[in-house]
Design a protein around this ligand. Sequence first.
Ligand code: NAD
Length: 251
Amino acid sequence: DFSIRGQRALVTGAARGIGHDLALALALAGADVLAGVRRESDGDELAAATAGGRDAGTITPFVLDVTDVSATRAAIDAEVAARGAVQILVNNAGLGFNHDAVDVGEDDWDAMMDVNLKGLFFVTQAVARHMLAAEYGRVVNLSSQAGLVGIRRHAVYSASKGGVNLLTKVLALEWANRGVTVNAVAPTYIYTPGTAERLDQPEIAADILARIPAERFGTTTDVAAAMLYFASPSAGLVTGTILPVDGGWTA
Ligand code: NAD
């Protein structure tokens, strides 16, 4: 059973980039999607997006700054109380800037860890409490190839995504016999607002492309395919997995 029709999903950081397209993919597959946005106005475009098709689910902007742990918990508890359980959580919100390790400031470290690792953990905890009560849930984390192998100038980012990978495994173990799976997708470079500044520089783009055996960048569709698999009812025995979607970079 690969159908998620009628299920409810939450995607964090869905205003743009990969998260935006994952929210659309879930809605096209029939799920009703809470599209996490940091500010109300960020949701305007999403609210206007009609996923299309008679069987498509809805997309509703959902204000959620993942670094605000208590507000996150309150918002999720209130949403579940008002409209019922969320079956699918996609932890997409993330920061991706990079520096030479010697130039990393304490603020850089804190900002990235706050969103990529701490934020992801506490959103998951807040949603999983309800999933565990319902004895069903699918958690999909956005990791990165940079969480599997070292990449120069990615010290903090790689550490955060390596942390995501181990969190994925620990949570998978804790919840494996309670109907809740936890998996991660680890993509290679994808052109988004978050990576445009670097990928718009032809030398940098060419350097990166030369390292991808598939000889192309990733797309949000590549990520959506992996995410939809993990999110599906049939993937119930698949947990604690980090799936590279990287054209062979880490092979
Ligand atoms: P992006 O910068 O284009 O979008 C990130 C989204 O996260 C934005 O909508 C932003 O508002 C949101 N966000 C940031 N801080 C937040 C917070 N505190 N609370 C809630 N939302 C917040 O990034 P992207 O390229 O679409 O990346 C999405 C995810 O995929 C990230 O976790 C990133 O690390 C991962 N990833 C991206 C690539 C890539 O090449 N683009 C590769 C591998 C992994």
